[in-house]
Design a protein around this ligand. Structure first.
Ligand code: ADP
Length: 257
């Protein structure tokens, strides 16, 4: 399947197998993820979506379990496993299902702290980035007068937008999102969906969701995983209007969950 120009592919995954404690969790995955697009990974619970996402910033390596990878994953044309993992994770940000701001740090410091630890020391520069990122996620108006309050005082949806702002502060090239809206209210979910469709002008987004409606709303490309295997992938239009596989069709109309 050809999607996007290969020169612009952020990830080129080819014949990927991933074993955890000798059990194959992902089998024979081949996908290209183009830049400046939203790539949705959907499938029932346990199909390997999160595991695949965690390969893309090598978070998978910090599991306690024994991991073995076969096949190739290229990140902008380079073997992802030969890139410095810290450098990779700075460029490939991640947002989790459960909002995870640093709860005791202030709203301001949630964004300022990672900047400082990446060598940005100048106060004025930090202040500028904090405001810029809070504006981007639509939080500025809600929090500008309480930047020094602990992040734990925000609602769940606000906390999730803060974690997105924190990820954006490091100017990532890719944002990986693992079920980013499944724990938060509808208004904040809509705000996040709107935000990611705006963000794709600047970066690539890979979003995992078990909700095909959400994937249909936001994604340009979609992969459908089932039981560790790639059933099919393609443009959102192809997958939702004329899927090649009967299993995909059943999943998108809600007959498999
Ligand atoms: P999904 O995101 O689609 O719900 P996951 O990627 O979380 O699926 O999990 C896929 C499979 O891998 C599941 O069977 C899960 O039990 C297994 N798995 C995930 N992480 C680990 C781990 N650290 N150790 C052992 N098995 C794991």
């Amino acid at each position: 399947m050809e999607a996007g120009k290969s020169a612009e592919d952020v990830f080129n995954i080819s014949r990927l197998y991933l074993y955890i404690n000798d059990k194959a969790i992902l089998r024979d995955i081949t996908i290209k993820i183009p830049n400046n697009s939203i790539f949705g990974i959907m499938g029932p619970s346990g199909s390997g979506k999160s595991t695949l996402l965690k390969v893309l910033n090598r978070l998978i390596e910090i599991y306690d379990s024994k991991i073995k990878v076969d096949g190739k994953v290229l990140y902008f044309g380079k073997d992802i496993f030969r890139i410095d993992a810290i450098k990779l994770r700075k460029e490939v940000g991640m947002v989790f299902q459960q909002p995870n701001p640093f709860p005791h740090l202030s709203i301001y410091d949630n964004i300022a702290y990672p900047l400082k630890s990446h060598g940005i020391k100048e106060k004025r520069e930090i202040k500028k980035i904090v405001e810029e990122c809070l504006r981007k996620v639509g939080l500025w108006k809600e929090v500008y007068d309480r930047l020094n309050s602990p992040a734990s005082q925000l609602s769940g949806g606000q906390q999730q937008r803060l974690t997105i702002a924190r990820a954006l502060a490091l100017k990532p090239k890719v944002l990986l999102m693992d079920e980013p809206t499944s724990m938060i209210d509808i208004v904040n979910s809509q705000a996040i969906e709107k935000l990611i469709t705006e963000l794709k002008n600047e970066i690539a987004i890979v979003i995992v969701s078990h909700n095909p409606q959400q994937v249909a709303r936001v994604a340009d490309y979609v992969a459908f995983l089932y039981n560790g295997e790639l059933v099919e992938w393609g443009s959102s239009n192809e997958i939702f209007t004329s899927p090649k596989n009967e299993l995909t069709e059943k999943y998108v109309i809600g007959r498999i969950s």
